[in-house]
Design a protein around this ligand. Structure first.
Ligand SMILES: C[S@@+](CC[C@H](N)C(=O)[O-])C[C@H]1O[C@@H](n2cnc3c(N)ncnc32)[C@H](O)[C@@H]1O
Length: 362
């Protein structure tokens, strides 16, 4: 692999709080996993009162979608230990994440878990979660939503698509599958080290439906068609477009369970719960009520812009600093929105919820 933009780690979500503003789909999708987090917070063993309870939030982005799960977990811990014991909430993400927006959200959002609880202490870690990033045996309860579908790097070019799930290129599919296997295992081994004995980690991630469907078909075909139109109009070159790929994967139930097949464990973790379900398509539900096709297109385009366009920009000759980066993003979003508005359709959103347990040792 010689092309740096292809092997690089993905870019963070769009900054200046944009992801916070355009992630309602993710917010709706993660809510069924909060029930599992709540149950985990009821049963995990707690450190004694002199030690902080530590909740880790892996891949927090700008924090808005972490507020509901963290609030629920803190509430359950307060039921168990009362108001005095310190609770530390550690939000983790890549080093170039918009951590400023995260801390503004924690201070200013009316739904912040900091409200009314002076013994909760938030902090952040800016390092990839594909390694150990917290001390061994320190995490009481872990949470990760919409994050582990991002691979540690883009393992290959996708010559005929932006998302490998829709590619017919065997080499690209193989490279992405291999990377996905490696990354899931690395994530699990690292989290297993960080959890306390008896601790739980709740993961919500993009998945494959049991028939193998990755979903988001309309969104992804509008994105790819809009990208090709930018080549036709000379805004980007074909070579730049070829370097653009979304380094995310949907994992099937079997993919998620595979590292545990040999003896029921992956590192120090075992699976307590795993299911695949369909996320709430609230953009379609809204369209069914207001029949506003323009809004339908704009909302899916904004969702895509906030989450994946910063990574696509890396394919421009000048990367994120390319003089055309702003125009590229604006044009891609507008063209996608127009295409989606022309033929609104429901979007399949396959998701997986997993609860992982680090078993107590005697
Ligand atoms: C789609 S956002 C999810 C944000 C939030 N958890 C939610 O549910 O809406 C994915 C986040 O995962 C982060 N992420 C991706 N790969 C990561 C890695 N290797 N280490 C840490 N964070 C990562 C991204 O930077 C991004 O902020």
């Amino acid at each position: 692999m010689t092309d740096a933009s292809i092997s690089a780690a993905p870019a963070p979500m769009e900054g200046h709080g944009a992801y916070n503003r355009s992630s309602r789909v993710q917010s709706a999708g993660l809510s069924p996993a909060i029930l599992l987090l709540e149950e985990a917070a009821r049963v995990v063993p707690l450190p004694d009162a002199s030690q902080p309870i530590l909740i880790a939030d892996y891949g927090s982005s700008q924090g808005r979608n972490s507020l509901a799960p963290m609030t629920v977990a803190i509430r359950r811990f307060r039921d168990r230990v009362g108001p005095a014991q310190a609770i530390s909430v550690v939000h983790t993400d890549m080093p170039d994440n918009d951590f400023g927006a995260l801390f503004q959200t924690l201070v200013n959002d009316p739904k912040s878990y900091l409200r009314g609880d002076p013994a909760v202490f938030p902090s952040a870690v800016g390092r990839s979660f594909y390694q150990q990033i917290l001390p061994s045996g320190s995490v009481t309860l872990g949470w990760s939503s919409w994050a582990v579908q991002w691979l540690s790097r883009t393992p290959a070019q996708i010559p005929d698509q932006l998302q490998v799930a829709y590619s017919g290129d065997a080499a690209a599919r193989e490279a992405f599958t291999k990377q996905a296997v490696e990354d899931w295992r690395t994530f699990l081994i690292s989290r297993g080290r960080e959890l306390r004995d008896g601790g739980r980690l709740v993961v919500l991630t993009m998945a494959l439906r049991d028939d193998g469907d990755f979903g988001y078909r309309g969104v992804l075909s509008a994105m790819y068609a809009a990208l090709l139109s930018l080549i036709d109009d000379g805004l980007i070159s074909a070579q730049e477009a070829r370097r653009m790929a979304i380094p995310t994967v949907g994992r099937s139930r079997a993919d998620l369970a595979a590292p545990f097949l040999e003896n029921g464990r992956c590192g120090e973790l075992s699976i307590e719960h795993l299911d695949v379900f369909e996320g709430d398509d609230l953009i379609w539900r809204q369209f069914a009520q207001d029949h506003d096709a323009g809004k339908f297109g704009a909302q899916w385009a904004a969702f895509s812009r906030a989450s994946v366009f910063p990574t696509l920009v890396l394919g421009l000759n000048g990367g994120a600093g390319d003089a055309r980066a702003g125009a590229f993003v604006e044009n891609l979003e507008a063209r996608m929105a127009t295409r989606l508005a022309a033929a609104p359709e429901p979007m399949l959103i396959p998701l997986a919820r997993i609860v992982l347990l680090k078993e107590e040792t005697c």
